[in-house]
Design a protein around this ligand. Structure first.
Ligand code: PZK
Length: 287
């Protein structure tokens, strides 16, 4: 817990503190959620993996969009960020048809106003990545919204900019990941405006918690895909016949160890840095 910092918010597995008027501290815990429930067992270093990956992507995407990262703390799980005026939409990009995108497509043939070809199967790669904004639900699930609704919320010019930038960020990361055996099926960005009203990428970006990561060597369109990071935990939870209501089950040691190894593997494949090297000096991801 950071000293002399006011707690200003909680995510499911992260905490946000105010450092001063201009800066926030974003702290990623080792908590894990499956089926939208935070489990009582932590995955050691999960928060460090996500923080390191996000900082890696922020460093490599600076030419596409400015971001809120100011500093990475020596604990490897805390980042100092610029305080922004956050936009009231979740900026989701989908390269593959999964989750609510698949659900909306089966019901209507469209996702957020993007009319898609007929006959696509679950987890199909889309002809082009699509921007599918959602509202930020305080509790429960974010709701997909059409382009006009999103443009009404942020203004037409800003909508055009966040759509263009979101797709460029997704293409950059998905191409990088695909070359390293990971499919980024979809991802969620959160943007804000700085004091000059310039667009700035915030939150954590392109991590397995803000995206769907799939192992490319197991990709089989026509059904659900296995999660690169959470599949061991999901399979274990399913094997119990758990009703997916709070509280979630404790994870056994073998599931914890296997899950930690998958997070570390995602970090090492994408950043091409040994995770032990990151732990010794987190700033390696900033170079
Ligand atoms: C901000 N959240 C969501 C994320 C939480 C809550 N740079 C920023 N400036 C102003 N506000 C935010 C950010 C960022 N990032 C993000 N809420 C406010 C959130 C993580 C943990 F508790």
């Amino acid at each position: 817990m950071p000293e002399a910092a006011l707690h200003v918010g909680s995510g499911k597995v992260r905490e946000l503190y105010a450092l001063d008027d201009d800066r926030l501290l974003l702290v990623a815990s080792d908590r894990i959620s499956t089926f939208d429930v935070v489990l009582p067992t932590e995955i050691p270093d999960k928060g460090r993996v996500l923080t390191g990956l996000a900082a890696f992507w922020f460093t490599r995407t600076r030419a596409i969009c400015a971001n809120h990262l100011l500093a990475l703390r020596p604990d490897g799980r805390s980042t100092e960020c610029r305080r922004l005026e956050m936009l009231p939409i979740e900026c989701v990009v989908r390269g593959y048809l999964s989750g609510s995108g698949w659900k909306d497509y089966t019901a209507t043939g469209s996702v957020c106003g993007h009319s898609l070809p007929a006959g696509l199967v679950e987890s199909a790669e889309l002809p082009e990545p699509i921007f599918t904004p959602a509202t930020k639900a305080v509790t429960g699930h974010d709701e997909n919204i059409d382009r006009d609704t999103a443009a009404d919320l942020v203004g037409a010019a800003l909508f055009e900019q966040v759509e263009r930038v979101s797709i460029a960020l997704y293409r950059f990361a998905a191409d990088h990941a695909r070359e390293r055996g990971i499919i980024i099926a979809d991802t969620k960005f959160e943007f804000g405006l700085d004091e000059e009203r310039r667009l700035v990428l915030g939150d954590e970006a392109l991590t397995p918690d803000s995206s769907r990561f799939w192992p490319a060597d197991e990709y089989r369109p026509g059904g659900a895909q296995s999660s690169f990071d959470k599949q061991f935990a999901r399979d274990y939870c399913e094997s119990l016949g758990w009703d997916k209501l709070e509280p979630g089950p404790e994870l056994p040691e073998a599931v914890v160890t296997g899950t930690r190894a998958r997070y570390v593997e995602a970090f090492e494949r994408l950043a091409e840095i040994d995770f032990d090297v990151y732990l010794a000096d987190p700033e390696v991801v900033l170079r």
